[in-house]
Design a protein around this ligand. Structure first.
Ligand SMILES: Cc1cc2nc3c(=O)[nH]c(=O)nc-3n(C[C@H](O)[C@H](O)[C@H](O)COP(=O)(O)OP(=O)(O)OC[C@H]3O[C@@H](n4cnc5c(N)ncnc54)[C@H](O)[C@@H]3O)c2cc1C
Length: 291
């Protein structure tokens, strides 16, 4: 009576790997996306940083598994997804940021993460050219890295297809069907699909598309802007990923996150600005010094 064992709404960073994992378990899965191909939502805006250095055990464990999948993908499946073990750094200029980052080190170490809080000298070695004025230090986690979001999602998509997952593009889900508290499937603009399980992997856009069914879980629209467009960052060979914790409302071009911090990541290009544009980008005030 059901068309599929499960339906996933959204073929993005969450939906496609979920579909792949379900395909591996022989779960008959349909993925629906209103866009024409996978990864056309937020996925293609991402810079591709992958790190496990979080403070929540569930997030740490999930991210450790992610690092394992991304870092071994090429040897296991042959696609080059541009995995680069380049490391992550959170430079610190404010005492409260130092306190916050130091406070999560015990749990990070408990879960075996290779991360430390180091002084300004080490940060200057890792990020040559960073503004040393007021630099207190920062965390360095050399085992984190990055991969191309576009190459990765397409690799996962091909793998999901080979495992028998069905993808239906240009089809917008308009509601989740349910009866007596049980999910029965989804309605799209043109059809209905029956399944006892529906995974909403488009949650972050729910406010934009004003879902009629709401969400079972609270969701946050966290925003993050990156100073370099994705295509440039790959062209320029990213190395260390730097997360700068800036106080709110200092620089209006950046977007505020739910934690009231301005957040952005810059893939540090090892002294390669000069041949490309002659000078470092003017929109990264912390990183324009002494290049
Ligand atoms: C500038 C920027 C940089 C970032 N950098 C990083 C980074 O370095 N590392 C990192 O881990 N994360 C990064 N992120 C965050 C990351 O991109 C997102 O967290 C992630 O892509 C979200 O995945 P998702 O599957 O929830 O959403 P998406 O990838 O957007 O997928 C949702 C999909 O749902 C589809 N959809 C929506 N509504 C419907 C509907 N009604 N019917 C059918 N389909 C629908 C959309 O078309 C879309 O394809 C960055 C984000 C931005 C904006």
């Amino acid at each position: 009576m059901f068309d599929y064992d499960a339906i996933i709404v959204g073929a993005g960073s969450v939906g496609v790997p979920a579909a792949m994992a379900m395909g591996e378990k022989n779960i008959k899965t349909l993925v629906l996306d209103w866009r024409p191909s996978p990864g056309q939502g937020q996925n293609k805006h991402a810079i591709g940083g992958i790190r496990a250095t979080h403070s929540d055990p569930a997030k740490i464990l999930t991210s450790q598994r992610c690092l394992e999948i991304f870092s071994t993908w090429k040897e296991r499946f042959g696609d080059d997804i541009e995995w680069l073990k380049g490391g992550y750094t959170f430079p610190v200029y404010r005492k409260e940021d130092e306190k916050a980052l130091r406070s999560i080190l015990p749990i990070q170490k408990q879960y075996g993460l290779n991360i430390d809080f180091v002084g300004p000298d080490k940060i200057l070695k890792v990020i040559p050219g960073i503004n040393p004025k007021g630099l207190i230090g920062g965390t360095v986690s050399p085992d984190d890295g990055s991969a191309s979001p576009l190459l990765s999602i397409n690799a996962f998509y091909r793998r999901a297809l080979s495992l028998g997952v069905t993808f239906q593009f240009k089809e917008k889900v308009t509601s989740i069907m349910s009866e007596g508290g049980k999910v029965l499937g989804v309605t799209t603009e043109s059809k209905q699909y029956a399944a006892p399980i529906v995974i909403d992997a488009a949650v972050h856009v729910q406010r934009t598309c004003a879902r009629p069914w709401g969400s079972m879980f609270p969701s946050f629209r966290t925003a993050m802007k990156v100073p370099l467009p994705n295509r440039w960052s790959h062209f320029l060979q990213p190395w260390w990923l730097i997360c700068d914790l800036l106080p709110v409302r200092k620089i209006t071009i950046f977007t505020r996150t739910v934690t009231d911090r301005w957040y952005f990541a810059l893939p540090l290009i090892r002294r390669s600005w000069e041949p490309i544009c002659g000078k470092p980008p003017c929109f990264c005030p912390r990183f324009v010094h002494e290049w």
